[in-house]
Design a protein around this ligand. Structure first.
Ligand SMILES: Cc1cc2nc3c(=O)[nH]c(=O)nc-3n(C[C@H](O)[C@H](O)[C@H](O)COP(=O)(O)O)c2cc1C
Length: 283
């Protein structure tokens, strides 16, 4: 799924022929012109380009662009995150299963969704698609209709759906929401069918979304149940959610303002770590 064309633009007035772009390019797409020292596409380089745009970002003079992309400056007024503050964000993140019944402000949501463009993807030009339920009214109808369909499908007795959600059913009587966790919003990350790393890209994108959302004071919970429902019980839901043709849901997450306060986190066991000193590579 590589792009078959590469457009390279070098501003001769700005380029200092330092070679940083050529040095950064892992696939030897670029080479320095022997006379000017400025970058040019090497023989066969176009086909090797993975369009990561590192050449642009490594250029200290802002002299280079590919694919008509523009350089974006780092925020001058925001210091780079420090370890302790990022760790605190990670430690304070919880799976939120009780939400305030109100919409997240449009501006906050738009900011989060726009910033999803910075998440790493295995294929730089394999776009992800996000389906977002941004209105609690829509979410509540979806929730209500899902439970109603669930009851209808399970009325005839036990089936795969009842078995998987059997323990949940008991909670319905208490007006609980064992599937949607009372969340006002849903985000589903989808990838193009057959995309290299598509599923991984979706999970990574939502991991970033989760932390950024938490930094905005929102709560999130990974929505594995929806993935099970898609995969095994109600595949029609993919179409009902208007996930575009040619795309496959990679993962889903519920979110909104939390209605739970966590006053501490728990001390988790330190993960086991191996540090092999020698690896005998099997021939
Ligand atoms: C891949 C994945 C899928 C999950 N799916 C659900 C889900 O469908 N419903 C739910 O309530 N929690 C779900 N969770 C949340 C986990 O149950 C949760 O991480 C665990 O209870 C620990 O809580 P914590 O995230 O607050 O540390 C999921 C978590 C992950 C990582």
């Amino acid at each position: 799924m590589y792009l078959d064309s590469l457009s390279l633009c070098v501003d001769a007035g700005k380029c200092t022929a330092c070679g940083a772009c050529v040095m950064e390019c892992v696939n030897h797409v670029l080479e320095q012109n022997p006379e000017t020292g400025r970058p040019q596409v090497a023989n066969g380089g176009e086909a090797r380009c993975i369009h990561c745009a590192h050449c642009m970002m490594a250029c200290p003079a802002g002299a280079l662009s590919i694919d008509n992309l523009k350089q974006e400056a780092f925020s001058a007024d925001v210091p780079p995150a420090n370890y302790k503050s990022v760790l605190e964000l990670v430690k304070r993140r919880r799976s939120v299963r009780h939400y305030l019944q109100k919409n997240v402000e449009r501006a906050v949501l738009d900011e989060l969704l726009t910033d999803m463009r910075y998440t790493p993807t295995g294929v730089n030009f394999g776009k992800l698609h996000f389906t977002v339920i941004d209105d609690i009214e829509v979410m509540n109808k979806f929730r209500y209709d899902f439970y109603s369909a669930f009851r209808k499908r399970t009325a005839g007795g036990s089936n795969l759906l009842t078995e998987a959600l059997a323990w949940s059913e008991a909670f319905f009587e208490h007006d609980d929401d064992p599937v949607f966790r009372t969340a006002p919003h849903l985000i589903v990350a989808s990838h193009a069918n057959g995309a290299f790393c598509g599923h991984d890209d979706c999970v990574i994108a939502l991991s970033y979304f989760e932390l950024l959302a938490n930094a905005h004071g929102l709560g999130t919970v990974w929505f594995g149940r929806l993935m099970t429902i898609f995969a095994r019980f109600m595949p029609e839901l993919v179409e009902a959610l208007k996930i575009p043709d040619g795309y496959k849901p990679g993962y889903a997450m519920l979110f909104g303002y939390p209605d739970t306060n966590f006053h501490s986190c728990v001390e988790r066991a330190i993960p086991e770590v191996d540090r092999p000193k020698e690896i005998i590579v099997p021939e």
